[in-house]
Ligand binder design. Structure first.
Ligand SMILES: CC(=O)SCCNC(=O)CCNC(=O)[C@H](O)C(C)(C)COP(=O)(O)OP(=O)(O)OC[C@H]1O[C@@H](n2cnc3c(N)ncnc32)[C@H](O)[C@@H]1OP(=O)(O)O
Length: 403
C-alpha cells in the first residue's frame, strides 16, 4: 500500500504536468516560453496526476478523438499521450496506478478504444495495448532519380510557410476525410502538439499543398536541415506528415519533394506499408526502406462495443475467448461474424489476451501469424483459416499521426 493519490488535474496544473513529462523524456523543460501552446495541447478534464504527498511524481493525459476502422466506420477513441514518471520515482507502481485510473475513466465515459504511441515496446502490453499499425520509413536519394513520366501529372502545388500551415492544414486534413483503418481524427489539442513539433525543430518547416482537378487532394509538411541524422553533412528534406488522396496528389507531391534544390536525400517517416514510392520512381533502388515500426497501439476498452464497430470478412464465423486482467468485464466468449458480434455460451475455438485482440483489431496481423508465435491460443485448428478471412482488411492499416 502507498499513500499516493491519482486525480484529475485542473487547468492551472497542466504546465506542471508538462514539466514532469518533459523531464521524464529528458527534453528541455521550457514550459514558460511555450505556455500558450502547451495549454492548448491539454484537454481540460483529461490530464491525470499522481501525487506522493504534495509532489507531482507522474502524469498521463488523453485527448478525445476517433479512429477509422475496417468497413469505413470511425470509433471514439482516447488518444493517450504525455505519460511520464519523474526519474527518481520510477519502478514503484506510479504508471500502473495512472493506467488503471485512466482506463477506469475511459470505461466510465463509455469510450470503446484507446490509442497511444509507445516510447518503448515492453511497457504497454501489460495494460492491454497491442501494436495495431506497422508503418514504413524510407529514404530517397534525390540525385539520379525522378518520378516516372508515365505517373499521373497535372494540377499545381502551393507552398505554405509555418504560419499559413497552422491556419490551413488542419482544415485540409479534416476535409480529406481520413478513411484508412487506423487513421486518427485530429482534435485541436493534437494540432497544438503538431505545431509545437515543427516550431521546436531546428530547420525551417514548410507545407506543400496539392491542388488537383477537384480541389485540394493532398499535402506534405517538410523540414530541410543539413546533416539531420548521422552527421554525414548531407542536406536532408524530411517529411513527417503527408496525406495524398489521389494518384495525382501522390505523384505530384513526390515530384515536388524530389525537385527541391540543394537537397541530397528525402526522408519520410510513418508511411503506409503498401505506398508504392519505389514503383513511382524511374530507379526503384533509389528508394530504401529504413525502418518498419510499430506506430499506433490500440486498447479495446469496451471489447463488445469495439468488436461490433468494425466490419468483418464474409462467410466466416469464429468463437473467440478474450481475457482482460485489467478490465475484467471484457473477459468472456464472443461469436464474431460479418453478421455481428455477440457474447455466447458456445465453446471457444480461439483464445486471446486483450492486447493480442488489439493486434488483430484493424487487420495488421493475421490470426494464423499470431497463433504461430504463441500469442493466440488455438483450441480448434479449423477456426484459424476463417479467422484470417474475418479479420483481414482491404488495405494495410495506417495511422500516420504523431501525438
Ligand atoms: C504514450 C506515451 O506517452 S509514451 C512515453 C512514455 N514515457 C516515457 O518513456 C518517459 C520515461 N519513462 C517513464 O517516465 C517511466 O519509466 C514509465 C512511465 C515508462 C514507467 O513508469 P513507472 O512508474 O516506473 O512504472 P511502474 O513502476 O508502474 O511499472 C509498471 C510495470 O511496467 C514495467 N515497466 C515500467 N517501465 C518499463 C520499461 N521502460 N520497460 C519495460 N517495463 C517497464 C514495470 O517493471 C512494471 O512491471 P510489472 O507489471 O511486472 O510490475
Amino acid at each position: 500500500m502507498t499513500d499516493r493519490v491519482v486525480r484529475t488535474l485542473d487547468r492551472s496544473e497542466h504546465l506542471a504536468a508538462y514539466e514532469v513529462f518533459a523531464e521524464a523524456l529528458h527534453a528541455p523543460r521550457g514550459a514558460d516560453e511555450n505556455r500558450e501552446r502547451i495549454e492548448r495541447a491539454h484537454q481540460v478534464g483529461r490530464c491525470l496526476g499522481a501525487f506522493d504527498g504534495d509532489e507531482l511524481v507522474g502524469t498521463a493525459r488523453s485527448v478525445d478523438a476517433s479512429v477509422a476502422v475496417p468497413g469505413g466506420g470511425s470509433v471514439p477513441a482516447s488518444a493517450v499521450t504525455g505519460v511520464g514518471v519523474r526519474p527518481h520515482r520510477t519502478r514503484r507502481g506510479v504508471l500502473r496506478e495512472l493506467m488503471n485510473a485512466q482506463l477506469g475513466a475511459f470505461r466510465e465515459r463509455g469510450v470503446p478504444l484507446a490509442g497511444l504511441l509507445a516510447s518503448e515496446g515492453a511497457i504497454y502490453g501489460r495494460f492491454g495495448y497491442g501494436v495495431a499499425t506497422v508503418e514504413r520509413s524510407l529514404r530517397v536519394w534525390r540525385h539520379g532519380t525522378r518520378v516516372r513520366e508515365q505517373a499521373p501529372s497535372g494540377g499545381d502545388v502551393e507552398l505554405l510557410d509555418m504560419d499559413a500551415a497552422v491556419r490551413r492544414v488542419p482544415e485540409i486534413y479534416r476535409s480529406l476525410a481520413p478513411a484508412r483503418p487506423g487513421m486518427l481524427s485530429r482534435p485541436e489539442q493534437l494540432w497544438a502538439g503538431w505545431e509545437g513539433f515543427y516550431r521546436r525543430s531546428s530547420g525551417v518547416a514548410r507545407g506543400v499543398v496539392y491542388h488537383g482537378r477537384d480541389g485540394v487532394e493532398g499535402y506534405a509538411m517538410y523540414l530541410v536541415e543539413r546533416g539531420r541524422d548521422g552527421g554525414d553533412g548531407a542536406c536532408v528534406l524530411s517529411v513527417d506528415d503527408m496525406l495524398a488522396c489521389s494518384d495525382s496528389a501522390f505523384a505530384e507531391l513526390w515530384r515536388f519533394l524530389l525537385g527541391v534544390d540543394l537537397v541530397d536525400r528525402v526522408e519520410v517517416s510513418n508511411r503506409p506499408l503498401d505506398e508504392p514510392v519505389d514503383a513511382l520512381l524511374d530507379d526503384p533502388q533509389a528508394c530504401r526502406t529504413t525502418g518498419m515500426h510499430d506506430h499506433l497501439w490500440l486498447r479495446l476498452v469496451d471489447v463488445p462495443a469495439a468488436l461490433a464497430a468494425r466490419a468483418y470478412g464474409p462467410d466466416a464465423a469464429v468463437v473467440l475467448s478474450v481475457h482482460d486482467p485489467v478490465l475484467p468485464d471484457n473477459s468472456g466468449t464472443y461469436r464474431v461474424s460479418a453478421a455481428g458480434v455477440e457474447r455466447t455460451d458456445l465453446a471457444a475455438q480461439l483464445r486471446a489476451e486483450v492486447d493480442t485482440l488489439a493486434m488483430l483489431y484493424l487487420g495488421t496481423w493475421r490470426p494464423s501469424a499470431l497463433a504461430g508465435v504463441g500469442r493466440l491460443e488455438v483450441i480448434d485448428p479449423a477456426a484459424v483459416e476463417p479467422a484470417d478471412r474475418l479479420f483481414a482488411g482491404a488495405v494495410p492499416p495506417w495511422c500516420g499521426t504523431g501525438f
